[in-house]
Design a protein around this ligand. Structure first.
Ligand SMILES: Cc1cc2nc3c(=O)[nH]c(=O)nc-3n(C[C@H](O)[C@H](O)[C@H](O)COP(=O)(O)O)c2cc1C
Ligand code: SF4
Ligand code: SF4
Ligand code: SF4
Length: 604
């Protein structure tokens, strides 16, 4: 018979990142371990706690001792963890990442506390506070952690106007990119005339490198629902839609479960908590077009029309879904609302900068050690994010730049690492907060190639409705491609700047208005790299293949490996003698560089 292990609990990270690295296998191994050891411990399947690079994460929580996190767990490690830690009471410190020490817990020796880990020390979690701590499929977990109390307070003790005023006073600005004050937007919609009002949640999240919204939906879906229901009450909407890309199946599944459970418990549906206020919600799946994240295109898509932006005004607050006044906010914006209502505007506004209150969630990707999800107080510097929380650059290389705000944003160079991350400072620096994607680049990244990559994305995603965006982005892309192939001219730089400014000022929607940003910001901070490609025919980062020459140096031992691997037989030489490359034949596939164990292949 399975034995009780004294109130212990096991947590397994089962967000998309955990599942992608094998969380299902670890879960199976845990069940097998239970059978073998004749124990039974409750398992909490959580969303992502933020440390995607360390998945699969498995935690053992012991009453009075706290919760120890094991990282990069594989099925074969599970039995040892169960045997030593769960049964024996001795954590395996060499495998442990850190421990979460609760009030009254006596910490284990030799395992760092989360509070001392650089990746956590500088974070402040408001939106992500439950991610990694609750089972998102259990509404009881949400309720036990203050869930739906903000809603209860709003509909039972506050008027819709008081709710709006509270959100206004908190200083909350939309987290979807534009940073428009949320309370003010709610007021516009509340004051608009209409027999029916709608609420929309933008969970399209199309930017490359962004996964903040997905993680919130997977890890704490009720927080978004609660924020939406409160917003619905505040503006007088009775129905809402969550527009979520179909490429997020787990987020959609968790949302549907959360909606059904919230309805069952009376937090959603008719006469919510006996207040007389009714609100219904449904999920609408989007097909993954970046432009469908633009609010008017998104609403057209919900209505079943082609997702194309239209000119504004009228803004959605006046004429939105099916021509009715509608309020649209981002996932993170809604998730900020319950704590604002529950704890008051001042508590939220107490942190942040003058123009950007509260916290912001960022997705860290690229050449950074701690790839994953973080939440920091607005105003935290780029240096703190990259070097402290992010752990710095992989393999000790130098930090070169960070692309903030996805394809609409800009590249900030290392010399601006002290820039405070808030809406206004970033705009001043030529970047933008965007929705929170941070792609980190090091000395091995070519800034012309980075600009080309982002422009290729926006040119392909342009809906084609207006000429500057449809054709202008393609012309800019053509110029960038020529430069990376070594065929650029000096006039190209002036043309890129000119075209970029024109596309920004004449495009209909935000896609075209921001598409040139990666090009303009790399020209602003890295113009010398463009000149190196054009004038010297060199790619300083050695990324643009057309501008690289492969040479074999005196380090060559004549091992013959490269000659055998070269797909076009461009390498010749006798065994134990210096090899050479036939430049005419070489297709610059990089194979010889990768296979040489003697550091004898140089890229020039
Ligand atoms: C091309 C394009 C894509 C966008 N994608 C998103 C998105 O994925 N998620 C989002 O919340 N906002 C996105 N936006 C911004 C929305 O149009 C809108 O401003 C936002 O959802 C409003 O919510 P907020 O005020 O809470 O930020 C996008 C805008 C443009 C122009
Ligand atoms: S700016 Fe681009 S995406 Fe926006 S409407 Fe014009 S063509 Fe379409
Ligand atoms: S793999 Fe390196 S060492 Fe071996 S022959 Fe090629 S260049 Fe020389
Ligand atoms: S880069 Fe590729 S094609 Fe060129 S010599 Fe090396 S292996 Fe051969």
């Amino acid at each position: 018979m399975a034995s009780d292990t004294g109130g212990q609990r096991i947590y397994i990270g089962m967000g998309t990142c955990g599942l992608a690295t094998g969380a299902e296998g670890v879960l199976t191994a845990v069940h097998e371990g239970f059978d073998k050891l004749k124990i039974e411990v409750p398992i909490i399947k959580t969303g992502c706690i933020g440390m995607c690079s360390q998945e699969v994460l498995l935690d053992v929580d012991t009453p009075g001792r706290g919760r120890v996190t094991y990282r990069k767990v594989e099925p074969k490690m599970v039995e040892e963890i169960l045997q030593n830690h769960v049964v024996g009471g001795h954590p395996i410190s060499e495998m442990a990442f850190g421990q979460i020490i609760g009030e009254g817990d006596s910490a284990y020796d030799g395992i760092p506390s989360y509070q001392d880990l650089p990746v956590y020390k500088k974070q402040k979690r408001i939106v992500l506070r439950r991610c990694g701590f609750i089972d998102p499929d259990l509404i009881e977990d949400y309720i036990e952690t203050d869930g739906y109390q903000g809603l209860e307070k709003a509909i039972k003790t506050m008027s819709p106007e008081q709710v709006r005023e509270t959100v206004k006073a908190s200083g909350l600005r939309g987290r979807g990119g534009g940073g428009f004050p949320a309370g003010l937007k709610w007021e516009f919609c509340a004051n608009a005339h209409g027999d029916q009002k709608y609420l929309v949640c933008n969970a399209d999240e199309g930017d490359p490198g962004a996964f903040m919204d997905r993680s919130v939906l997977e890890g704490d879906p009720h927080a978004v629902l609660e924020g939406m229901i409160i917003a619905g009450y505040a503006i007088g909407a009775s129905y809402g839609y969550i527009y979520c890309r179909a490429e997020y199946p787990l987020a959609i599944k968790r949302l549907l479960t959360a909606i059904a459970l919230a309805e069952e418990k009376g937090y959603l549906g008719d006469n919510i908590l006996g207040s007389g206020f009714s609100f219904g919600l449904r999920v609408k799946e989007g097909a993954g077009a970046f432009v469908c994240g633009e609010e008017t295109a998104l609403m057209a898509s919900i209505e079943g029309r082609r997702g194309m932006p239209r000119s504004r005004p009228p803004f959605p607050a006046v004429k939105g879904l099916w021509g009715k006044p509608s309020n649209i906010n981002n996932v993170e914006t809604y998730a900020c609302v319950p704590p604002i209502i529950l704890k008051g505007a001042e508590s939220y506004a107490a942190v942040g900068t003058e123009g950007t209150k509260g916290t912001k969630v960022f997705a860290l990707t690229g050449k950074i050690i701690n790839t994953g999800l973080i939440e920091v107080v607005a105003g935290t510097t780029l240096r703190e994010i990259i070097h402290e929380i992010g752990g710095g650059i992989e393999e000790g290389r130098a930090f070169k730049a960070a692309q903030l705000g996805g394809p609409s944003g800009g590249c900030l160079p290392a010399k601006l690492a002290e820039t405070a991350i808030d809406y206004d400072s970033l705009i001043q620096a030529g970047a933008m907060m965007g929705s929170g994607g941070v792609v980190v680049m090091d000395e091995t990244d070519c800034m012309v190639d980075v600009a080309r990559y982002f422009l290729k994305f926006t040119a392909a995603e342009s809906c084609g409705k207006c000429v500057p965006c449809r054709l202008g982005t393609k012309v800019m892309l053509g110029i960038l491609e020529r430069i990376t192939e070594g065929k650029g001219t000096e006039e190209d730089i002036a043309n890129l700047k000119d075209l970029g400014e024109n596309i920004k000022s004449t495009s209909l929607c935000g896609l075209g208005q921001t598409a040139p940003n990666p090009v303009l910001s790399t020209l602003r901070y890295f113009e010398e790299e463009y000149h190196a490609h054009i004038k010297d025919g060199k790619c300083p980062a050695k990324v643009c293949t057309a501008l690289i020459t492969y040479k074999i140096t005196d380090n060559c031992t004549g091992c013959t490996v490269c000659a055998k691997k070269c797909p076009v037989e461009a390498i010749s030489g006798e065994r134990k003698e210096l090899h050479t490359i036939d430049q005419e034949r070489c297709t610059k596939c990089n194979m010889c560089y990768e296979v040489c164990r003697f550091d004898a292949v140089a890229k020039e």
